[in-house]
Design a binder for this molecule. Structure first.
Ligand SMILES: Cc1ncc(COP(=O)(O)O)c(C=O)c1O
Length: 387
């Protein structure tokens, strides 16, 4: 299908840090998106994993409208019923003994707060993270993200940051020295290629952190809120981190992040803050996300759709596919060759997907995607990939 020409004016004044995809999106509904020429797409990006309830969800629209007519901002030094309700729900839902919450506006801010809290609580400088990991773009989070190009470009990175190979249990013993404040890990590395953590690696990491007074910080910015078919990926491992970083799905695409900590973490008045954190509009959407995720059968249906998608993808008979991997509706298709041309071919045929590194196609559909839409995604991939 040849794209029709765009009717919208495209600005040339935006700093181009993303590399544009050449599409102007104007409308969405569920897992469907439309561009300005009226062309329809199935969304397998959900705004980098954030729009878990898809687009224009009626409950979200209603919650936003109600809140917009009531109170749209509330400083952090005041209580607000929507914020209090959300914080209670987070404290209740988060794994283990995590029960104190700081609300911010993005994933990188959640990681940044975790770094500050960990250093202050332990009095140690060291940050250990994993190769291929991604935690955000502000200075601390960027330093803990494994991107040698960025580390060189923005040198020097935060001192005390070092990396181990993901899933290398033996390496943990040596790297977790007594100057280390925190070990920061994803449970499924999202940007780094959709690599799933081995339970033996994660559980040994938790054990060593406890023995050595190091805080275990789990970054569930991408995996949290149903993405992997349960509330949090932590539960699958029976993991009880000291700090949990959340964002993306927490408010279904509305800007919000959260850090949830246990009582090993020392946070006092004046140590941190955020002008917009806990904004009533964001809290209203986040409470709606909780309502939907708590509704009967919702998370089970996500797990089921994830199984279906992986099974169907594995049945594609293409010489280009090396492996299909992931958890729930976070799926990576590892290819023998560069993924980018397939991304473009998919968009041409009405499916918007992502990459995760140069040779992995990544599917992060809204959790409300239907089985029929997933079937369409698989058929399109089958068409696009070489046989
Ligand atoms: C695991 C993980 N942590 C942190 C971030 C940063 O989140 P944000 O873009 O909201 O700052 C991302 C974003 O992709 C992520 O995948």
């Amino acid at each position: 299908m040849t794209p029709m020409s765009s009717t919208a004016t495209r600005t040339s004044h935006e700093l181009d840090v993303y590399g544009k995809r050449g599409v102007t999106l104007v409308r969405g509904s569920g897992a469907q998106l439309w561009d300005d020429t009226g062309r329809e797409y199935i969304d397998c990006m959900s705004a980098h994993g954030a729009a878990i309830l898809g687009h224009a969800h009626p409950q979200v629209a209603e919650a936003l409208e109600r809140q917009a007519r009531t109170l749209t901002s509330c400083p952090g030094s005041f209580y607000h019923p929507g914020k209090d309700k959300l914080i209670e729900r987070l404290a209740e839902r988060c794994p283990g003994d995590l029960d104190r919450v700081f609300l911010c506006n993005s994933g990188t801010e959640a990681v940044e707060a975790a770094i500050k809290f960990a250093r202050a609580s332990t009095g140690r400088p060291g940050i250990v993270a994993a190769k291929r990991g991604f935690h955000g773009r502000t200075f601390g989070a960027m330093s803990a993200s494994f991107n040698p190009k960025h580390h060189e470009l923005y040198a020097p990175i935060v001192p005390g940051t070092r990396f181990i190979a993901f899933n290398d249990t033996a390496a943990l013993e040596d790297v977790l020295e007594d100057d280390v404040a925190m070990l920061l890990l994803e449970l499924v590395q999202g940007e780094g290629g959709v690599h799933v953590a081995e339970p033996s690696f994660i559980l040994r990491a938790q054990e060593l952190c406890r023995e050595r007074g190091i805080l275990l910080v789990i970054d569930e910015v991408q995996t949290g809120f149903g993405r992997t078919g349960g509330w949090f990926a932590c539960s699958r491992y029976g993991l009880s981190p000291d700090i949990l970083c959340l964002a993306k799905g927490i408010a279904g695409g509305f800007p919000m992040g959260a850090v949830v900590v246990n009582d090993k973490v020392r946070v006092e008045v004046g140590m941190h803050g955020s002008t917009f954190g806990g904004n009533p509009l964001a809290c209203a959407v986040a409470n709606t996300v909780f309502d939907v995720l708590e509704s009967e059968g919702f998370l089970e249906s996500v797990a089921e759709k994830g199984r279906y998608l992986k099974e169907q993808l594995r049945a594609i008979d293409s010489e280009a596919i090396l492996e299909v991997r992931g958890r729930g509706l976070m799926v990576g298709i590892a290819l023998k060759q560069k993924a980018r041309p397939y991304l473009e071919a998919l968009a041409e045929q009405g499916v918007l997907a992502l990459t995760a590194g140069p040779k992995v196609l990544r599917l992060l559909p809204p959790l409300v995607i239907t089985e029929k839409e997933l079937e369409q995604v698989v058929t399109t991939l089958d068409d696009v990939l070489p046989h």
